[in-house]
Design a protein around this ligand. Structure first.
Ligand code: PAF
Length: 283
């Protein structure tokens, strides 16, 4: 695996490779890698000649400074895992390489409702920060395919929108890979590394709540089913940001289900200090 720290060096290398029309798959990450990330690389390796990953903990997307400070950093293990997974290139930039002019006075991305719904509402500015870094990374890597996990459902929608805003739909296709789960159902996430034993046991309640929403779904009002899910999480000791059942395409909340509309259930809740998110396509 070749490690690049400078955008210009990576671009120069890829320009040479592209002369021989080699296809590029890209899985951006913030490190603290787990099997979910590795599944993105595996998907890319199947589809492309060159697989690239990046590790960059993007300060611009953390609305909560403590979350940024406590974000797990496991760079040596990450490099080992990427090598083992057969990743061809790792882009490992410093903040100044990504944001030479800083990141405070940046342009605004028109994300429509995605900016104010769910994660957009509870993490103001988060998706603007995600768009900043992903735009920069896409301009450097210019991948044919971009691999992201369904675990960050709304982020996938935001990045699809970013691809439209950048007018690169013809060049770059977003591939959304399924969420990988631990044996008890907990969605794999870098933030799980911050959970102590008791919190880790409790964390599975999020998956259980999503599963029971799926099992009890009926074409009728969805208010009770949502309220019950919140109650269950609160009873387990979570501080709940939201439990929502939404249209799987638009992410607009759905309160009355006609039995046909495609739905996704989404949860964000604090397990003590650690905010966890998960989602499930429920019909
Ligand atoms: O999902 C993540 O790890 C990050 O939000 C991403 C897409 C790498 C941008 O920093």
């Amino acid at each position: 695996m070749i490690i690049f720290k400078k955008a210009a060096d990576l671009r120069h290398y890829l320009d040479e490779e592209k002369k021989s029309k080699r296809s590029v798959g890209f899985a951006p990450t913030m490190g603290a890698l787990h099997r979910g990330h590795i599944s993105l690389l595996e998907a890319s390796k199947k589809d492309n000649d060159i697989t690239i990953s990046s590790i960059f903990i993007n300060p611009a997307q953390f609305n909560d400074p403590t979350d940024f400070e406590k974000y797990p950093v496991t760079i040596e293990k990450d490099i080992y895992l990427l090598e083992k997974a057969g990743c061809d290139i790792l882009f490992l930039p410093l903040v100044a390489e990504i944001y030479p002019d800083g990141f405070n006075n940046h342009k605004q991305y028109d994300l429509g409702k995605l900016e104010t719904l769910l994660e957009g509402k509870f993490r103001p500015g988060h998706f603007q920060g995600v768009c900043m870094v992903v735009e920069r990374l896409l301009n450097i890597v210019c991948p044919g395919k971009l691999y992201l996990g369904q675990k960050d459902y709304q982020q996938c929608m935001v990045i699809n929108r970013l691809i439209q805003l950048m007018d690169i739909e013809k060049d770059t296709t977003l591939v959304v890979c399924p969420t990988l789960r631990e044996p008890d159902g907990l969605a794999m996430s870098s933030r799980n590394m911050r959970l102590n034993e008791e919190e880790r046991k409790r964390a599975v309640a999020i998956y259980n709540v999503l599963t029971s929403i799926k099992n009890y779904l009926q074409p009728s009002s969805l208010i009770t089913i949502k309220d019950k899910a919140v109650e269950k999480l609160v009873a387990k000791g979570f501080r709940v940001d939201y439990v929502e059942i939404a249209d799987a395409i638009t992410l607009e909340p759905v309160t009355e289900w006609d039995g046909r509309q495609k739905l996704v259930a989404l949860v964000a809740a604090f397990n003590n200090e650690v905010r966890l998110i998960d989602n499930m396509l429920i019909n």
